[in-house]
Design a protein around this ligand. Sequence first.
Ligand code: GLN
Length: 454
Amino acid sequence: CSVTEVVRAYLDRIQRLNPQLNCFLTVTAEQALKDAQDYDAGRKSLTALPLAGVPLAIKDVLCTKGLRTTCGSKILEHFNPPYDATAVERLRAAGAILLGKTNMDEFAMGSSNENSAFGPVRNPWDMNRVPGGSSGGSAAAVAADLCAAALGTDTGGSIRLPASFCGIVGLRPTYGRVSRYGLVAFASSLDQIGPMTKDVRDAALLLSVLAGHDPKDSTSIAQPTDDYMAALTQPIRGLRVGLPKEYLNEGVDAEVAAATEKACRIFQELGADLCDVSLPHTDYGVAAYYIIAPAEASSNLARYDGVKYGYRFSEARDLLSMYKESRSRGFGTEVKRRIMLGTYCLSSGYYDAYYLKASQVRTLIRQDFLRAFEHCDVLLGPVSPTAAFVLGEKTQNPLQMYLIDVFTLPASLAGIPGLSLPCGYTSQGLPIGVQILGPHLGEATVLRAAYHFE
Ligand code: GLN
């Protein structure tokens, strides 16, 4: 069939299912059909580019030129960026067709997608459950076939968690492997962009397009990228798979634990060598992250003052009340909570007790991983202690919500790559995800392990 037919089929599905799922905040139907016609009329070649004609969705935290970029926030409801994020530019240059922008927790703060100013996304496997967050719109859109693949961002698990709740593949690359230029900043030392896909091969393909040095991002890694596609089919026999004992503690739901153990046996059958490892500082990840991320967020979000970007309260009496009213009306509850937490931690006299201490813990967590990777090639564990939970279950208790991130935060703090992939179902038929972690720049090994497992 023609590219136009494919794009139209996706657009039809979006039109039919998005009113219930709420995955897309903006749909670019007209432009997508125009792009498709370029291929069908022979103005663009279908064979020359790696993503020629592939319909993708983009999390609404990535800047798209002239196209509304809300970050799931009222404060940016009408913000049209003047440029494309490097990741978006690379996808376009690779021939992809953009279908639209996906819903997310406000400024990527959340684990359930219930913090969006535009309403929650629903999990396509069970409409009463959350899709996971913060890239919940992207995850649900891929799972429900509203796009072929999507981009997400992962500051503290926001690619891996929704991927596992929605039964798809999600890859957080090494910090700095994909340019953050044009990614609206949440916590700059943690933010990473990555693919959310139907399978591991697609994740490798998208990473090949996204990865690489970008002079516009000073934290982007200059080292050349690997051939992620070729790595998939390299043998897996003898691969050393470490099982962190802290990742299968009492807090893990029995069905999730059983699925993870089954995944270990499958790796063994594939010829991998299993070994027990310890990541002793795992338990401190949540505390360290929820100091560092809000601290950086409080600083990054200072730019939304009603002057430079987005929403401005127009009836203010003076400058100060304009700042105050714009921010208090523009931001949602969780974002305000983070700004207050972060400002407190960074305030004069408290820096040493909070931010500095959390940064020291971060170093210990990083060292845990470095030590573990002396003995093994990848690590295997659950993505989260439970499968997708019911909407509203944790909204009244932020700490309960934060604890969902216990197994995704350490890799984020260490800056290492992590991939979430489906490994089974609960008795209620909800997908369960397993997480494969690799050393810095170990994406090729992580993808290879995942590909053989799949
Ligand atoms: N749940 C985490 C938070 O709320 C992770 C967010 C993310 O990775 N963007 O901060």
